[in-house]
Design a protein around this ligand. Structure first.
Ligand SMILES: NC(=O)c1ccc[n+]([C@@H]2O[C@H](COP(=O)([O-])OP(=O)(O)OC[C@H]3O[C@@H](n4cnc5c(N)ncnc54)[C@H](O)[C@@H]3O)[C@@H](O)[C@H]2O)c1
Length: 367
């Protein structure tokens, strides 16, 4: 396949703008069409970003000029849109989570593989300068052997700012499926795959009232756990703790920290591409900040698609891949399943860590 990879975007909502911007800027990707259930949204996006085509989803999937479908729909449409893309013979890259159910995710990966098509999935924040700097420090042995980690996302939900926040409280929403992908994908990239998990989950508030516009005052029924706490054992033997919550008014713990035999590493916010990285080794009297020298320190959503374009062209695996996303999806569900059953959940999937990024990776795409 010749570059640029021709991308068709399905779902022109809140998050789509940054993808239009970045994929329009990289040399090896080109957005050629967009679609939405609401055709007016697709037309607005096409006009704003100078695209020749605003289409229905069916038209976009049938368009021979589209190589890859970038699926930015809401989570409960991820599986159906992605499966339709594979059936139409297109590569697909989903926003997170891969799908809502593990079974749908597995079917998607198997169907794509049977047709020699690729599945990619957000988040790609782990390819940013912050987490890649941490990856380099860990791989070089700076903190010794990683033995433990803690991952915390604590907030009071998204109904105060998102224009259509209902999906966050429906089945398939909740903090684990919404924000867990950033934390667990970062951890798997840094520490390797997860072997088994245990968890507790609850929904503290039965309803949520939207305070953003245009749905101010609308009451949403909560259908999913909104506070999940768990522990996990990595295949390496390291032990992790995770809290993902929409029930907390004021959290006060670092988002992601990794402890090694020689010291500890503050990874920063895994929902960002270039947050501050700090290290404190066993003899140090204080934390010290590490310079970020890799590319992609700014909001680079879409770098996973760029990597997929190069991966397809070079015949190498892409980093934000379906196997990684499926492993993270299984782990996220396993916390809730463990909470219900009262038993550990041993994961059936395993993964290989994606290749580390070179400091100047894809520099030619940025010039
Ligand atoms: N908003 C954020 O800050 C953010 C950040 C990172 C990731 N995400 C993820 O991005 C995805 C989209 O989130 P969003 O905030 O942009 O949501 P949104 O509701 O603003 O936009 C979703 C768009 O998809 C369209 N859509 C829904 N079902 C469709 C279908 N079957 N076919 C075609 N179009 C369909 C909707 O009409 C809407 O325009 C979600 O998976 C979310 O988890 C969002």
């Amino acid at each position: 396949m010749a570059l640029p990879l021709r991308v068709g975007i399905v779902g022109c909502g809140n998050i789509s703008g940054i993808y239009f911007q970045n994929l329009g800027r990289y040399r090896s990707t080109q957005v050629v069409a967009c679609a939405d259930l609401d055709l007016g949204r697709a037309q607005d996006a096409a006009a704003k970003h100078g695209l020749p085509k605003a289409l229905t989803t069916e038209q976009l999937l049938a368009d021979p000029e589209v190589d890859l479908v970038l699926n930015l729909t809401i989570p409960n449409a991820h599986a159906s849109v992605a499966m339709a893309a594979i059936e139409a013979g297109k590569h697909v890259y989903n926003e997170k989570p891969l799908t809502i159910s593990f079974r749908d995710g597995k079917t998607l990966i198997e169907s794509a593989s049977a047709k020699s098509l690729r599945v990619g999935c957000a988040p790609d924040t782990f390819m940013g300068a912050g987490i890649q700097t941490c990856r380099k420090l860990i791989d070089e042995g700076m903190i010794g052997e990683p033995i433990a980690c803690e991952a915390h996302m604590q907030c009071h939900g998204h109904e105060s700012w998102h224009p259509s926040p209902e999906f966050y409280y429906q089945k398939g929403g909740g903090p684990m499926l919404d924000m867990g992908p950033y934390y667990l994908t970062a951890l798997v990239n840094l520490m390797g795959g997860i072997r088994r998990v245990a968890g507790f989950a609850r929904a503290t508030f039965p309803t949520r009232t939207i305070t953003s516009q245009p749905k101010h005052g609308k009451v949403i029924d909560v259908e999913t756990p909104t506070h999940i706490a768990g522990s996990m054992e990595f295949a390496s033997g390291a032990i992790g703790m995770v809290v993902q919550s929409f029930d907390v008014w004021h959290g006060n713990v670092p988002p992601l920290i990794i402890h090694g035999t020689e010291g500890s590493l503050l990874v920063g916010d895994p929902n960002a591409f270039g947050d501050t990285v700090q290290v404190r080794l066993k003899g140090d009297s204080d934390w010290r900040t590490i310079d970020l020298v890799h590319n992609f320190a700014e909001n680079s959503r879409g770098v996973g698609v760029l990597d997929m374009a190069h991966g397809i062209e070079e015949g190498r695996p892409h980093r934000a891949n379906g196997d990684l996303a499926l492993h993270v999806l299984e782990a996220m569900h396993a916390f809730g399943e463990s909470s219900e059953s009262g038993a550990y959940r041993v994961l059936e999937t395993s993964v290989v860590r994606p290749a580390a990024m070179a400091k100047s990776e894809f520099s030619e795409d940025l010039s």
